[in-house]
Ligand binder design. Structure first.
Ligand code: APR
Length: 240
């Protein structure tokens, strides 16, 4: 393990861990931009991950998210997620998780207060503004479910391309990034904003953890070429 980076972790008062899909790769969750296995190598995001796509073909988009939900329900947090949660248990309040991932694996590993910039695939919400009739007891099962009274559809509670991130979560993430003295950027290609912008806006030292080159390497004070599950237990817990 890089001695200097280990000392930065030891000495840091406030750490932000900014994670992307690579954080969950060793749990078996596909990333997005891997040339062979990435979701966007096999599916077209404009047909599946935009509001227009959902309005054009609600069942197709709903079914795609339902299949991802089912896959994610079968996987478990990996040693990287577990190391992050264990560090937070040992050092309450010192590390904030800001994730682009919608898989809920940081939360399932036990991390508290996860700032999920892009939402959570396990949840859904109303597509259009909820009316007085849009209440749980009026939800009619379907693909997608809808309000039995007015027909308002349910949609995955994730941020689609072209949509605003949840304002309060983003504000909290920006505040954490501004206040931290160390940001660990784990498993992200760094091509999607505003998430990637957090690594460029922070006053803290930036350490990238990624087995491959990323768009945030140039913003890093150190780059650790390796995987989340291999490096985070060493980096955070001093594991051998
Ligand atoms: N450990 C750490 N990093 C890994 C691992 C691993 N085991 N395996 C792959 N990676 C790295 C890849 O090298 C890549 O840089 O994880 C990164 C994954 O990049 P993307 O697939 O682009 O995922 P991400 O950066 O999270 O995408 C951001 O784009 O499509 C949107 O909303 C979606 O949140 C997503 C956003």
């Amino acid at each position: 393990m890089n001695q200097a980076v280990s000392e930065w972790v030891r000495d840091a008062r406030r750490i932000v861990l900014l994670s992307g899909a690579g954080m969950s790769a060793e749990s078996g969750v596909p990333t997005f931009r891997d040339a062979q296995t990435g979701l966007w190598a096999r599916f077209r995001p404009e047909e599946l991950a935009t509001e227009d796509a959902f309005r054009a073909n609600p069942q197709r988009v709903w079914d795609w998210y339902a299949s991802r939900r089912e896959m994610i329900a079968q996987v478990t947090p990996n040693a990287g997620h577990v190391a992050v949660a264990e560090f937070q248990r040992r050092h309450p309040g010192r590390l904030t998780v800001v994730t682009q991932n919608v898989d809920g694996l940081h939360q399932r590993a036990g991390s508290p207060g996860v700032l999920a910039l892009h939402g959570n695939i396990a949840e859904d919400r109303w597509l259009d503004r909820a009316r007085s009739c849009c209440v749980p007891e009026n939800i009619e099962a379907g693909r997608p479910p809808r309000c039995a009274i007015c027909g308002n559809l349910r949609r995955p509670a994730v941020v689609w391309f072209g949509e605003m991130l949840p304002a309060q979560v983003l504000r909290q993430a920006e505040e954490a990034a501004a206040a931290c003295d160390l940001m660990l950027v784990v498993g992200t290609s760094g091509v999607v904003y505003p998430a990637a912008g957090l690594a460029r806006a922070t006053a803290g030292r930036v350490v990238v953890v990624n087995p491959h080159a990323s768009e945030l390497d140039d913003a890093a004070h150190a780059v650790l070429r390796g995987t989340a599950a291999a490096l985070l237990p060493q980096l955070l817990l001093g594991a051998p």
